[in-house]
Design a protein around this ligand. Sequence first.
Ligand code: CA
Length: 230
Amino acid sequence: MTKKCILVVEDEQAIREMIAFGLHRAGFEVVQAESSQQARERIADRLPDLIVLDWMLPDLSGLEFARSLRREEMAGRVPIIMLTARSQEDDRVGALDSGVDDYMTKPFSARELVARIKAVLRRTAPEGDSDEVSANGLVMNLASHRVTANDKLVELGPTEFRMLRFFMTHPDRVYSRGQLLDHVWGGNVFVEERTVDVHVLRLRKALARTGHDRFVQTVRGAGYRFSIAE
Ligand code: CA
């Protein structure tokens, strides 16, 4: 299993390094940022598995940063643990409202933080909680985002990847376009239902070389289904 990558965003160097040290020791890969701006750059370089985000940052506050991330397609899916000072405890509700997965009040020990991180990662893990899903020669590695069909690499855009992941983890059931929008795009974005068809087409095209496109089935008047049954 590949190491999970945690992005630690905290401007106070001593605290950031204490956290990084504890996470390293617990077997995580750690990337550090001292501002929201720097965090953006780190995320662009590599999408982390979880973000530990301090509320008080020199530029954008952690709360505003979390809100802006939530509007993004890929980064919006990364779980966030917010670090708050005791004086901000009243604002925790606001933090949870903005899509933060958990929060910790300073001071805390690295051991407590590691336990919280593991709990959040377990809770937010893709369905099945295994690194790989496969169906008839189609193999999707959820950690590395690598998809192969009969051992040939399949190139997928981010939306097609999430769509295929949803299909493969929820096989043999029909989903309407509206349901697919909720599950694949997330409920609070405005996308027309027709967009679903466009991405289904792209997904089929990517899978056509090996004939796996036939598993992505149209159910007339209802929606789509992923099934390896012919
Ligand atoms: Ca701070």
